[in-house]
Design a protein around this ligand. Structure first.
Ligand code: ZN
Ligand code: ZN
Length: 264
């Protein structure tokens, strides 16, 4: 399985997972031209893509989907509550802007899906959107988890992380930078809420309960204002080091134009 991070962070997210029989894109919060450019750089043809999975309806994960649907016939998968049908009727969650996503196939979390030989499992996460999920994709013994946009974890999620060989997990902010930074109070509160975003420290604690030596970790969805890749890695590694975890298995995903590729 080959996992490529195309974009990560509040200005847009997209990840591509390719197995032997085809690829899946998870989230599309960037423009169609940027997506296709970045796919071309990594030699991934859209013809090989058989599904687009969406985690939740915040624009940094879903804004590219309406145009994507215009130009491709690739089916969009997501929870019913993330769909345009649901959000038009009931509204988005909370005050933070949430778009209704044009979804073709509604996910049932009780049943795993199989798409192009890849097993897909959705697991609910704690975030301020309508029914947001993390995704775990498995082919043979290799399992990849994409876990972003959450303020807390639970046993179900951590069980899946434990079984993964590679995780892209959010390390959104450094608590001190956030608290002493320029964001207005309501936004600081929203980010720190258990339905907000994970701090570097919280992510380190989740990983300390779930990693094993062989796992590769990429820290994702880093705030440009309240975090740096160095700080995120340093904080998380500071927590994991005691368990004997090796620094070369831990990286931070660059937010822009630098697709990072993992083979698992
Ligand atoms: Zn996000
Ligand atoms: Zn979000």
């Amino acid at each position: 399985m080959i996992v490529t991070s195309i974009a990560s962070g509040s200005s847009g997210n997209a990840t591509v997972v390719c197995g032997e029989r085809g690829c899946i894109i998870i989230d599309n919060g960037i423009s169609f031209s940027r997506l296709t450019n970045l796919l071309t750089i990594k030699n991934i043809s859209l013809e090989k893509v058989n599904a687009l999975l969406v985690t939740h309806g915040h624009s940094d994960h879903a804004s590219g989907i309406p145009v994507f649907k215009k130009y491709t016939r690739i089916k969009v998968y997501g929870t019913y509550e993330t769909s345009d049908i649901y959000v038009q009727e009931r509204g988005g969650y909370g005050e933070y802007q949430e778009m209704g996503v044009p979804i073709d196939v509604f996910l049932d979390e009780k049943d795993d899906l199989e798409i192009s030989g890849l097993q897909v499992r959705a697991v609910r996460v704690s975030h301020d959107a309508r029914h947001p999920v993390a995704y775990f994709i498995q082919e043979g013994n290799s399992k990849f988890g994409l876990i972003t946009d959450l303020g807390d974890s639970d046993i179900l999620l951590e069980r899946e992380i434990k079984e993964s060989k590679l995780v892209f997990i959010e390390a959104n902010h450094d608590v001190n930078l956030l608290l002493n930074g320029k964001y207005p109070e309501y936004l600081k509160k929203r980010i720190r809420n258990p339905r907000g975003h994970l701090s570097n420290w919280k992510t380190g604690m989740i990983l300390s309960r779930t990693i094993d030596e062989g796992m590769n970790i990429a820290l994702a969805h880093l705030s440009k204002v309240n975090n740096t890749p160095q700080l995120a890695v340093q904080t998380v590694y500071g927590i994991l080091r005691e368990g004997g975890f090796k620094l070369d298995k831990l990286r931070a995903l660059a937010p822009f134009n630098d697709p990072m590729v993992y083979l698992i």
